[in-house]
Write a protein that binds this ligand. Structure first.
Ligand code: NAG
Ligand code: NAG
Ligand code: NAG
Ligand code: NAG
Length: 259
């Protein structure tokens, strides 16, 4: 009897442990849309489920997917993007995890935005082009102040400007790099556009996103992220991305001013 109880205990323990491990981690950030709710048995919910369950198999080779399904008031549009330095296998896992977790964060809202540091999702009942009106730029900030913040910001901006020259001509619309800030701090940054943007639109999107910096709580901090609908960037004082090789931009195609 005792041994049976013990075996049952071991079985349950192992089994529960396994179940807990199989749970995807909580999203690192999420925001629910204010564009209304869907109901339990609605076509909208069905369409959303269809989209979410097929996401990871639909990703293109850059870890990107955007699509709309459904008709009239049941149209759901989705956009997903993995960070440009992520291997495909990890990208799929990340997107699978998001698909499972996002509906827990926003269980009835028609629109949602959320993700992990390595992948992000956004969906809504409006076309992706129109989601600007539902989601403002998403800010994420380190709590630590950058020392010598004026000089830090100057060096950060120079680094971001140099990455804005490289990313638009990269296939994945991605670039990363580092610079030396005040007090020998190394500043690391990456910038990324949705891979379907033209080089010009990517450049312009990043310019606009950089312009949001003054509104970001991350202004003057050691780290921060700004996500807009079509591009994003991140900076930290630690090495948070994989080094990749980037092809040099073709001479004379894009110009940027650097002091
Ligand atoms: C999205 O859903 C809300 C709430 O049901 C509705 O008011 C709005 O018109 C919808 N937007 C579109 C583009 O269908
Ligand atoms: C949804 O559908 C199920 C099964 O058809 C039904 O039992 C349930 O009452 C429905 N829920 C609502 C809110 O209509
Ligand atoms: C994907 O987004 C682009 C614009 O970024 C748009 O032109 C295209 O129609 C979208 N595709 C779908 C299926 O929504
Ligand atoms: C800075 O970036 C270069 C590549 O551009 C890399 O070789 C170097 O190791 C990086 N420095 C640090 C401190 O990470």
């Amino acid at each position: 009897m005792a041994i049976q109880k013990w075996l049952l205990f071991v079985f349950l323990h192992v089994h529960l442990h396994h179940l807990i491990l199989a749970q995807p981690p909580d999203l690192e950030f999420s925001e629910c849309g204010v564009n209304g709710d869907y109901t339990e048995n609605s076509t909208y919910k069905k369409n959303l489920n269809t989209l979410l369950t097929s996401l990871s198999s639909k990703l293109d080779r850059y870890g990107f997917y955007n699509a709309s399904i459904g008709q009239n008031s049941d149209i759901v549009s989705v956009i997903v993007l993995c960070r440009g330095d992520l291997e495909m296998e990890k990208c799929r896992t990340c997107v699978n995890n998001i698909a499972q977790q996002i509906v827990k964060s926003c269980p009835k809202q028609k629109g949602a935005l959320g993700g992990y540091t390595e992948c992000i999702i956004k969906y809504s009942n409006q076309s992706i082009e129109d989601t600007q009106s539902i989601f403002s730029p998403y800010f994420y900030s380190s709590i630590k102040d950058a020392s010598g913040s004026d000089e830090f910001n100057r060096e950060l901006r120079k680094l971001l400007d140099s990455l804005r020259v490289v990313a638009p001509d990269d296939d994945r619309k991605y670039a990363s790099g580092n610079a030396t800030g005040p007090n020998f701090q190394t500043i690391y940054a990456l910038v990324q556009c949705n891979p379907d943007l033209s080089p010009e639109d990517c450049f312009d999107c990043l310019t606009e996103a950089y312009g949001d910096m003054s509104d970001c709580p991350c202004n003057g901090k050691k780290g921060g992220r700004i996500f807009t609908n079509r591009c994003n960037f991140r900076f930290e004082t630690y090495h948070f991305f994989r080094e990749m090789t980037f092809k040099a931009p073709p001479a004379g195609e894009l110009h940027y001013s650097s002091e």
